[in-house]
Design a binder for this molecule. Sequence first.
Ligand SMILES: Nc1ncnc2c1ncn2[C@@H]1O[C@H](COP(=O)(O)OP(=O)(O)O)[C@@H](O)[C@H]1O
Ligand SMILES: [Mg+2]
Length: 315
Amino acid sequence: MTATSIAVLAGGISLEREVSLRSGGRVADALSDRGHQVTRLDIDGDLVRTLETGGFDVAFLALHGSAGEDGTIQSLLELIGLPYTGPDVLASSLAWNKPIAQGLFARAGLAVPDRVTLSQQAFREMGATAAVDRIAEELGIPLVVKPASGGSSLGLTIVEDAARLPQAIVGAFSYAEVVLIERFIPGTEVAVTVLDGRTLPPVEIRPKEGAYDFAARYTPGATEFHVPARLPEQVAAACADTATAAVDAVGARHISRADLIIDEAGTPWLLELDTCPGLTETSLVPLAAEAASLPFPDLCERLVELALRDVAAPR
Ligand SMILES: Nc1ncnc2c1ncn2[C@@H]1O[C@H](COP(=O)(O)OP(=O)(O)O)[C@@H](O)[C@H]1O
Ligand SMILES: [Mg+2]
């Protein structure tokens, strides 16, 4: 593609700052190796002015966590009139809010774990503590407690003993005002990337020890991946259909990654749709792209082309 002036946005103040810097650094290197004029930008008080006056053709979003993924930066970029990579304002904000996204997925007929959503206000002002026992009764043990928004497994606990549920809920509240408590789905974890309406090969995730938590994600070698996932053809097709339907349910353009767990019966359960998936050395999307014969620099250029193609996207 022709050389383009690209602002790569990475960093920010979110909990996933370090991950974002790793994604952004890798993207910036790949795009400048391809001859583009690349400027790395962090999130700060001069960001809007810099974006307005920098003479950029496009913004590449490598931000994770709030502001980067919840539609905030996307809104600003639309205001400025700068094309950007990844899902638009509405899709980003829908997917960012896991309970809302899960509601949309369930409405579209997808399998989403049984769940309960509770806010801090429900505990502070409405005595929700009295209902905590019922959660374990209804969802069963183990269950998963996580902040209703955010990523990288931060604030997430797998609760194996009902007595520890309150503690897990309090822990998740230090990450978000709303907490999601889900039935634990045992099975094989698979991630499916959707790139411009097409699915890339599913990636099977096998942490060498325990859960796919922060350490398992970002420590090289801590997790084993199989691409494409070792799945019967029918199950692989069901995963691809689920990922595509999830993308359609929130209206996510360009790229997103669906996180799934396949149970013993071969049903893919949808955990979430990540609209600004990680692009680090240990991330899932670059692995899936490689398996589809799309090396990392090509993937980055493709996203830039998509952003430029959709300049006229409605607000
Ligand atoms: N309901 C669940 N059943 C089984 N494992 C889960 C469940 N929810 C989350 N997990 C585990 O926790 C990880 C992170 O959960 P996810 O909902 O994808 O949040 P994040 O935004 O942190 O990636 C998943 O990749 C999976 O390993
Ligand atoms: Mg996830």
